[in-house]
Design a protein around this ligand. Structure first.
Ligand SMILES: Cc1cc2nc3c(=O)[nH]c(=O)nc-3n(C[C@H](O)[C@H](O)[C@H](O)COP(=O)(O)OP(=O)(O)OC[C@H]3O[C@@H](n4cnc5c(N)ncnc54)[C@H](O)[C@@H]3O)c2cc1C
Length: 232
């Protein structure tokens, strides 16, 4: 029984080291989902040397308003005319093709690494992933699912409501609601691997097993409540 037959998954992956734990989580997802019959595409951002900065060079040809550069407006206009940079168009095509997008990354400063944030800045532009109106539940990617799979240096206790870092929900909120849900994505529960900098080998194996186990039934999962009222 191939539960993922016909499903397409994009893994947006940000780690420099293939032997890292993030690399292992990414490889495992690729393996488990492929075995289910899914077709898996990976955007390995560091290997691609993905350009994270939102700059004028993202617009090909004449600017809409050369006197006052506004990145949001310029991208919106360029998108409508098919004049966005090739690397952005390629990533947008991968997103459009996908039923599920998994973001695999180590937490950097309570957020995602800059290269992944840059991917969001440049790929999820107005007209493509959202409109005004056309965001949150009406976001243009509302038929798709998104899942954040992240590792932390801090251990689980530090991310409890009473811990030094505060509830992990706060760290996740800007990404799950402000980025994913804003674009319409149905947000699946995150996969959080805590305390990577000092966890035992045995515990690491358990985390990998749990991830593999979860992915077996990923297509049965219901999205989390990502409304401000329901989330907190
Ligand atoms: C700029 C920056 C900012 C940061 N900010 C934060 C922050 O705000 N909050 C926070 O909590 N942390 C923060 N950190 C820490 C960071 O999140 C962790 O270092 C990171 O999550 C560790 O993940 P990794 O994949 O790099 O681990 P790795 O060091 O690559 O892996 C951990 C261990 O797992 C082993 N491993 C790999 N694959 C397997 C496998 N298949 N089976 C068993 N073992 C395996 C590796 O060999 C290694 O021993 C920050 C780090 C940086 C660089």
């Amino acid at each position: 029984f191939f539960s993922g037959t016909g499903k397409k998954v994009l893994i947006v992956y940000a780690h420099q080291e293939p032997k890292s734990f993030n690399g292992s989580l990414k490889n495992l997802a690729d393996e488990v989902l492929s075995k289910q019959g899914c077709s898996v595409t990976i955007s390995d951002l560091y290997a691609m040397d993905f350009k994270p900065a939102a700059t004028r060079s993202d617009i090909i040809g004449e600017l809409y308003n050369p006197d006052h550069f506004n990145y949001r407006v310029e991208c919106f206009e360029a998108y409508k005319k098919g004049r966005l940079a090739k690397d952005v168009l390629e990533e947008q095509k991968k997103v459009l093709d996908a039923n599920l997008v998994i973001f695999q990354f180590p937490v950097y400063w309570f957020s995602m690494p800059a290269i992944m944030k840059g991917w969001i800045d440049r790929v999820f532009i107005q007209g493509f992933s959202y409109g005004i109106p056309g965001f949150y539940d009406e976001g243009f990617l509302k038929d798709k699912k998104a899942l954040l799979s992240l590792t932390t240096g801090g251990d689980e206790g530090m991310y409890l409501p009473t811990g030094a870092n505060g509830d992990i929900k706060y760290l996740l909120w800007s990404m799950q609601h402000g980025m994913m849900h804003f674009c319409g994505f149905q947000v699946l529960a995150p996969n959080v691997c805590y305390g990577m900098d000092n966890v035992t080998e045995e515990k690491r194996k358990e985390m990998l097993d749990a991830w593999a186990h979860r992915l077996q039934k990923i297509w049965e999962e219901k999205p989390i409540n990502c409304q401000p009222s329901g989330y907190f």
